[in-house]
Design a protein around this ligand. Structure first.
Ligand code: UT7
Length: 335
């Protein structure tokens, strides 16, 4: 058995900055409400740049591979997490394989929304642990802006989400006291429809139904979120799964050098920080600049924190996520 460790990180965000003021020209919202309730100042949208979930993922992946100091042909497996694939199927993992001209290695797609990157890391870690693969590329990428209801009707959801991508290269670590120490995954399907996008889906409304009804009031193809309910569950599950990870490794809250929470809402991160009595230097947030980029939020934040020198060798780094499903999870890393 081996451990896996992150040896390369990268991110890509579209150039177009969309401020809260710009949103208020599309819907009845304002900078004060958005900042007070979410902490978000601006987000990136692909607009008409032609970028997609897969192309942004490829850009982030290129940086991660270069920083890992490996050749693309050394990659043994691709894991791609997203809720906004370019195509209904196949998922974007294969598009990364093609765009990077990586030999015909396996590519798997993870559909766990905000927890997607944590689930992706857990999957990659297992393959490396067993010795099956040595180097794995994990990508989290999201294009929300084309699928949001940008009218006042959708303001409770659409002001939160942004576009972007992040990626990590994991490799084999023979010293089992280093790298990814453990991963912890959970789900609770009874709340699947509290944060969901119902259409198109074979079970609810397929494209034919949408076209046949031609109903301008049909909201089934916009994301729905029961915000307050999601918020309450998020703070509970974030806390639980961080503690679960720490206890599994006989660590204490004081041992955390850097917590990278999924960037769902700054108030959620601040609640966790306060609850665990963490200092500002122990928690990294960048939701202010990018909004909630679901599967991309942790790898973008992790990369930025690392680029800023906030993560050093030997540090205990904790990743934690919660989102649609509900699904949630944590990753405990000795950097
Ligand atoms: O990443 C996956 C996990 N997602 C999350 O963790 C998100 C969790 N939830 C949240 O972050 C928060 O619930 C939201 C930010 C989505 C909403 O904040 P809230 O404090 O729960 O507000 P609310 O939905 O209860 O709305 C309060 C008021 C309502 O008006 P009334 O009924 O009190 O008159 C809304 O209509 O604010 C209104 N409102 C807005 N006003 C201006 C809702 N959205 C907006 C908006 N601008 N964008």
């Amino acid at each position: 058995m081996y451990n896996s460790k992150i040896v390369g990180l990268g991110y890509y965000v579209p150039e177009s900055v969309v401020t809260n003021d710009e949103l208020s020209t599309m819907m009845d919202t304002n900078d004060e409400w958005i900042q007070e309730r979410t902490g978000i100042k601006e987000r990136r949208w692909v607009k008409d740049s032609g970028e997609t979930t897969s192309t942004m993922g490829v850009k982030a992946a290129k940086v991660a591979i270069e920083r890992a100091g490996i050749d693309k042909d050394d990659i043994d497996f691709i894991v791609f997490a997203t809720l906004s694939p370019d195509l209904y199927f196949p998922g974007p993992g294969v598009q990364v394989q093609e765009a990077l001209a990586i030999k015909t290695v396996g590519a798997i797609d993870i559909r766990n929304q905000c927890s997607g990157f944590v689930y992706g890391i857990a999957v990659a870690d297992q393959f490396i642990k067993t010795g099956m693969y040595k180097n794995i590329l994990v990508v989290g990428s999201e294009l929300h802006s084309h699928g949001l209801d940008k009218t006042t009707r959708g303001r409770g959801v659409s002001v939160i989400f942004g576009d972007g991508a992040g990626a990590a290269v994991l490799t084999r670590e023979e010293d089992r006291s280093k790298g990814i120490l453990s991963t912890h995954l959970h789900s609770q399907g009874e709340h699947a429809e509290e944060l969901t996008l119902k259409a198109p889906g074979m079970g609810k409304r397929w494209v034919n139904d949408i076209i046949a009804d031609n109903d301008p009031n049909d909201e089934s193809y916009y994301p729905y979120m029961n915000g307050k309910f999601v918020f309450k569950n998020a703070v509970l599950r974030f806390s639980e799964v961080i503690m679960e990870g720490l206890m599994a490794n006989k660590l204490k809250v004081e041992d955390i050098d850097m917590l990278i929470p999924h960037q769902a809402n700054l108030r959620i991160s601040q609640f966790i920080q306060k609850k665990f009595k963490l200092q500002d230097r122990q928690v990294f947030n960048n939701i202010q600049n990018y909004g909630n980029t679901t599967a991309a939020s942790i790898p973008i934040a992790l990369t930025e924190a690392w680029e800023l020198g906030k993560i050093k060798e030997g540090d205990t780094v904790v990743l934690a996520a919660f989102g649609s499903g509900f699904t949630w999870g944590s990753v405990i890393i000795k950097w």
